[in-house]
Design a protein around this ligand. Sequence first.
Ligand code: MN
Length: 257
Amino acid sequence: MCPPDRIAVHAADTAAAGAAPSPSMIADLVAANHILFDQGVVDAFGHVSVRHDKRPDRFFLARNMAPGNVTAADIVEFDLDGNPVDAAGRRVYLERFIHSEIFRARPDVVSVIHSHSHNIVPLSVVQGVKLRAIFHMAGFIGEGAPVFEIRDTAGHGTDLLISDATLGRALAAKFGDAEIVLMRGHGSTVVASSVQLAVYRAVYAELNARYQLQASALGEVTYLTADEGRACTNRVEGQVQRPWDFWKAEAAKRRAA
Ligand code: MN
Protein backbone atom coordinates (compact mmCIF):
# COMPACT_ATOMS: atom_id res chain seq x y z
CA MET A 1 0.00 0.00 0.00
CA CYS A 2 1.17 3.49 -0.73
CA PRO A 3 0.86 5.90 2.18
CA PRO A 4 -1.76 8.52 1.23
CA ASP A 5 0.53 11.39 2.27
CA ARG A 6 3.11 10.37 -0.38
CA ILE A 7 0.41 10.52 -3.07
CA ALA A 8 -0.63 13.98 -1.91
CA VAL A 9 2.96 15.25 -1.95
CA HIS A 10 3.57 13.84 -5.41
CA ALA A 11 0.32 15.31 -6.75
CA ALA A 12 1.30 18.71 -5.34
CA ASP A 13 4.71 18.52 -7.06
CA THR A 14 3.27 17.80 -10.49
CA ALA A 15 0.57 20.44 -9.99
CA ALA A 16 3.29 23.02 -9.23
CA ALA A 17 5.01 22.06 -12.50
CA GLY A 18 1.75 22.60 -14.37
CA ALA A 19 1.54 18.95 -15.27
CA ALA A 20 -1.19 17.46 -13.08
CA PRO A 21 -3.17 14.93 -15.10
CA SER A 22 -6.88 15.41 -15.64
CA PRO A 23 -8.70 13.69 -12.73
CA SER A 24 -11.29 12.32 -15.16
CA MET A 25 -8.50 10.72 -17.21
CA ILE A 26 -7.19 8.93 -14.11
CA ALA A 27 -10.76 7.90 -13.21
CA ASP A 28 -11.21 6.45 -16.70
CA LEU A 29 -7.92 4.56 -16.39
CA VAL A 30 -9.14 3.03 -13.12
CA ALA A 31 -12.46 2.14 -14.79
CA ALA A 32 -10.59 0.60 -17.74
CA ASN A 33 -8.77 -1.74 -15.36
CA HIS A 34 -12.07 -2.89 -13.87
CA ILE A 35 -13.85 -3.26 -17.24
CA LEU A 36 -11.03 -5.34 -18.72
CA PHE A 37 -11.32 -7.75 -15.80
CA ASP A 38 -15.12 -7.83 -15.91
CA GLN A 39 -15.08 -8.53 -19.67
CA GLY A 40 -12.57 -11.37 -19.39
CA VAL A 41 -9.66 -9.66 -21.15
CA VAL A 42 -7.33 -9.63 -18.13
CA ASP A 43 -7.19 -11.85 -15.04
CA ALA A 44 -4.59 -11.32 -12.32
CA PHE A 45 -2.23 -10.35 -15.14
CA GLY A 46 -2.37 -7.79 -17.93
CA HIS A 47 -2.32 -3.99 -17.83
CA VAL A 48 -3.67 -0.80 -19.40
CA SER A 49 -1.97 2.58 -19.72
CA VAL A 50 -2.90 6.08 -20.82
CA ARG A 51 -0.62 8.85 -22.06
CA HIS A 52 -0.44 11.97 -19.87
CA ASP A 53 -2.91 14.53 -21.24
CA LYS A 54 -0.51 17.44 -20.57
CA ARG A 55 2.90 15.79 -21.01
CA PRO A 56 3.16 13.48 -24.03
CA ASP A 57 6.48 12.15 -22.71
CA ARG A 58 4.76 10.65 -19.67
CA PHE A 59 2.12 7.98 -19.13
CA PHE A 60 0.14 6.32 -16.34
CA LEU A 61 -0.10 2.67 -15.38
CA ALA A 62 -1.19 0.88 -12.21
CA ARG A 63 1.38 -0.45 -9.77
CA ASN A 64 2.11 -4.19 -9.92
CA MET A 65 -1.31 -5.64 -9.00
CA ALA A 66 -4.43 -7.36 -10.35
CA PRO A 67 -6.34 -4.90 -12.58
CA GLY A 68 -9.74 -5.71 -11.08
CA ASN A 69 -8.74 -4.10 -7.77
CA VAL A 70 -6.98 -0.94 -9.01
CA THR A 71 -7.86 2.41 -7.38
CA ALA A 72 -6.65 5.94 -8.19
CA ALA A 73 -4.05 5.62 -5.40
CA ASP A 74 -2.48 2.71 -7.31
CA ILE A 75 -1.77 4.72 -10.48
CA VAL A 76 1.93 5.48 -11.09
CA GLU A 77 3.38 8.03 -13.54
CA PHE A 78 6.18 6.87 -15.89
CA ASP A 79 8.59 8.44 -18.36
CA LEU A 80 9.23 7.02 -21.83
CA ASP A 81 12.23 5.05 -20.56
CA GLY A 82 9.82 3.07 -18.39
CA ASN A 83 11.05 4.67 -15.17
CA PRO A 84 8.48 5.61 -12.53
CA VAL A 85 8.55 9.34 -11.75
CA ASP A 86 7.83 8.59 -8.10
CA ALA A 87 6.78 5.02 -7.34
CA ALA A 88 6.70 5.86 -3.61
CA GLY A 89 7.80 2.35 -2.74
CA ARG A 90 5.22 0.69 -4.97
CA ARG A 91 6.32 -2.27 -7.14
CA VAL A 92 5.78 -1.69 -10.85
CA TYR A 93 4.98 -4.06 -13.72
CA LEU A 94 7.90 -5.95 -15.29
CA GLU A 95 6.39 -5.42 -18.74
CA ARG A 96 5.98 -1.63 -18.50
CA PHE A 97 8.39 -1.36 -21.48
CA ILE A 98 5.53 -2.50 -23.74
CA HIS A 99 3.85 0.80 -22.93
CA SER A 100 6.88 3.11 -22.82
CA GLU A 101 8.28 2.02 -26.18
CA ILE A 102 4.92 2.08 -27.99
CA PHE A 103 4.22 5.59 -26.66
CA ARG A 104 7.68 6.61 -27.88
CA ALA A 105 7.27 5.04 -31.33
CA ARG A 106 3.63 5.99 -31.97
CA PRO A 107 2.75 9.64 -31.19
CA ASP A 108 -0.85 8.89 -32.27
CA VAL A 109 -1.33 6.31 -29.51
CA VAL A 110 -3.00 7.46 -26.28
CA SER A 111 -3.71 4.09 -24.67
CA VAL A 112 -2.08 0.64 -24.68
CA ILE A 113 -3.52 -2.63 -23.34
CA HIS A 114 -1.49 -5.79 -22.86
CA SER A 115 -3.26 -9.05 -22.00
CA HIS A 116 -3.10 -12.83 -22.18
CA SER A 117 -6.79 -13.17 -23.06
CA HIS A 118 -7.68 -16.82 -23.44
CA ASN A 119 -8.72 -17.18 -27.08
CA ILE A 120 -5.92 -15.04 -28.48
CA VAL A 121 -3.03 -17.26 -27.39
CA PRO A 122 -3.87 -20.24 -29.68
CA LEU A 123 -3.85 -17.88 -32.65
CA SER A 124 -0.32 -16.73 -31.76
CA VAL A 125 1.32 -20.15 -32.07
CA VAL A 126 0.10 -21.88 -35.26
CA GLN A 127 2.22 -21.45 -38.38
CA GLY A 128 0.28 -19.91 -41.26
CA VAL A 129 -2.71 -18.89 -39.09
CA LYS A 130 -3.36 -15.28 -38.16
CA LEU A 131 -5.97 -13.44 -36.14
CA ARG A 132 -8.25 -11.91 -38.82
CA ALA A 133 -11.37 -9.77 -38.68
CA ILE A 134 -14.31 -12.17 -38.77
CA PHE A 135 -17.22 -9.88 -37.81
CA HIS A 136 -18.23 -6.26 -38.03
CA MET A 137 -17.34 -5.30 -34.45
CA ALA A 138 -13.67 -6.15 -34.99
CA GLY A 139 -12.90 -4.67 -38.40
CA PHE A 140 -9.86 -2.90 -36.90
CA ILE A 141 -8.01 -6.24 -36.85
CA GLY A 142 -7.85 -6.25 -40.64
CA GLU A 143 -6.70 -9.15 -42.79
CA GLY A 144 -4.10 -10.55 -40.42
CA ALA A 145 -2.63 -9.25 -37.18
CA PRO A 146 1.19 -9.24 -37.01
CA VAL A 147 2.76 -11.76 -34.61
CA PHE A 148 5.76 -10.73 -32.52
CA GLU A 149 8.38 -13.51 -32.23
CA ILE A 150 10.63 -12.77 -29.25
CA ARG A 151 13.22 -15.28 -30.53
CA ASP A 152 14.05 -12.89 -33.39
CA THR A 153 15.31 -10.35 -30.83
CA ALA A 154 16.45 -12.36 -27.83
CA GLY A 155 17.00 -15.97 -28.87
CA HIS A 156 15.46 -19.26 -27.80
CA GLY A 157 15.82 -19.13 -24.03
CA THR A 158 13.74 -16.16 -22.84
CA ASP A 159 10.81 -16.11 -20.40
CA LEU A 160 8.79 -14.46 -23.24
CA LEU A 161 8.26 -11.29 -21.19
CA ILE A 162 8.91 -7.78 -22.54
CA SER A 163 11.09 -6.94 -19.57
CA ASP A 164 13.43 -4.29 -20.98
CA ALA A 165 13.46 -1.38 -23.43
CA THR A 166 15.17 -3.36 -26.20
CA LEU A 167 12.36 -5.89 -26.26
CA GLY A 168 9.80 -3.08 -25.98
CA ARG A 169 11.28 -1.38 -29.04
CA ALA A 170 11.19 -4.62 -31.01
CA LEU A 171 7.53 -5.14 -30.11
CA ALA A 172 6.65 -1.53 -30.95
CA ALA A 173 8.36 -1.90 -34.34
CA LYS A 174 6.13 -4.89 -35.11
CA PHE A 175 3.03 -2.70 -35.13
CA GLY A 176 3.69 -0.64 -38.23
CA ASP A 177 0.21 0.82 -38.71
CA ALA A 178 -1.56 -2.10 -37.00
CA GLU A 179 -3.82 -1.63 -33.97
CA ILE A 180 -3.08 -5.07 -32.47
CA VAL A 181 -0.01 -7.30 -32.38
CA LEU A 182 -0.08 -10.89 -31.12
CA MET A 183 2.88 -12.11 -29.11
CA ARG A 184 3.82 -15.73 -29.79
CA GLY A 185 3.05 -18.01 -26.85
CA HIS A 186 2.13 -15.04 -24.68
CA GLY A 187 -0.83 -12.81 -25.60
CA SER A 188 -1.44 -9.54 -27.39
CA THR A 189 -1.08 -5.78 -27.21
CA VAL A 190 -3.73 -3.36 -28.48
CA VAL A 191 -3.36 0.40 -29.11
CA ALA A 192 -5.84 3.23 -29.68
CA SER A 193 -6.28 6.99 -29.68
CA SER A 194 -8.25 6.88 -26.40
CA VAL A 195 -8.58 4.59 -23.41
CA GLN A 196 -12.24 4.02 -24.29
CA LEU A 197 -11.34 2.84 -27.78
CA ALA A 198 -8.46 0.69 -26.52
CA VAL A 199 -10.82 -1.10 -24.10
CA TYR A 200 -13.37 -1.58 -26.89
CA ARG A 201 -10.72 -3.08 -29.17
CA ALA A 202 -9.30 -5.38 -26.49
CA VAL A 203 -12.79 -6.72 -25.67
CA TYR A 204 -13.74 -7.30 -29.31
CA ALA A 205 -10.34 -8.72 -30.31
CA GLU A 206 -10.86 -11.44 -27.71
CA LEU A 207 -14.40 -12.07 -28.98
CA ASN A 208 -13.15 -12.17 -32.59
CA ALA A 209 -10.52 -14.73 -31.57
CA ARG A 210 -13.19 -16.91 -29.97
CA TYR A 211 -15.40 -16.73 -33.06
CA GLN A 212 -12.42 -17.51 -35.28
CA LEU A 213 -11.57 -20.65 -33.29
CA GLN A 214 -15.22 -21.76 -33.33
CA ALA A 215 -15.81 -21.05 -37.03
CA SER A 216 -12.52 -22.64 -38.13
CA ALA A 217 -13.56 -25.86 -36.42
CA LEU A 218 -16.74 -25.94 -38.52
CA GLY A 219 -15.20 -25.35 -41.94
CA GLU A 220 -13.75 -22.81 -44.31
CA VAL A 221 -14.21 -19.30 -42.93
CA THR A 222 -15.30 -16.19 -44.85
CA TYR A 223 -13.40 -13.27 -43.34
CA LEU A 224 -13.96 -9.54 -43.77
CA THR A 225 -12.13 -8.00 -46.72
CA ALA A 226 -9.78 -5.10 -46.06
CA ASP A 227 -12.46 -2.69 -47.35
CA GLU A 228 -15.15 -4.26 -45.15
CA GLY A 229 -12.81 -4.01 -42.17
CA ARG A 230 -12.21 -0.31 -42.78
CA ALA A 231 -15.91 0.43 -43.39
CA CYS A 232 -16.93 -1.42 -40.21
CA THR A 233 -14.23 0.36 -38.20
CA ASN A 234 -15.44 3.77 -39.38
CA ARG A 235 -19.07 2.94 -38.61
CA VAL A 236 -18.75 1.08 -35.31
CA GLU A 237 -15.90 2.85 -33.55
CA GLY A 238 -17.78 6.15 -33.61
CA GLN A 239 -20.19 4.52 -31.17
CA VAL A 240 -17.53 3.55 -28.64
CA GLN A 241 -19.08 5.76 -25.96
CA ARG A 242 -22.14 3.49 -25.72
CA PRO A 243 -20.36 0.29 -24.60
CA TRP A 244 -17.92 2.36 -22.52
CA ASP A 245 -20.69 4.06 -20.53
CA PHE A 246 -22.46 0.73 -20.04
CA TRP A 247 -19.34 -1.20 -18.99
CA LYS A 248 -18.20 1.61 -16.69
CA ALA A 249 -21.58 1.76 -14.93
CA GLU A 250 -21.67 -2.03 -14.56
CA ALA A 251 -18.12 -2.04 -13.17
CA ALA A 252 -19.07 0.65 -10.62
CA LYS A 253 -22.18 -1.30 -9.57
CA ARG A 254 -20.17 -4.48 -9.02
CA ARG A 255 -17.74 -2.61 -6.79
CA ALA A 256 -20.31 -0.58 -4.81
CA ALA A 257 -20.59 -1.25 -1.08
MN1 MN B 1 2.43 -10.45 -20.47
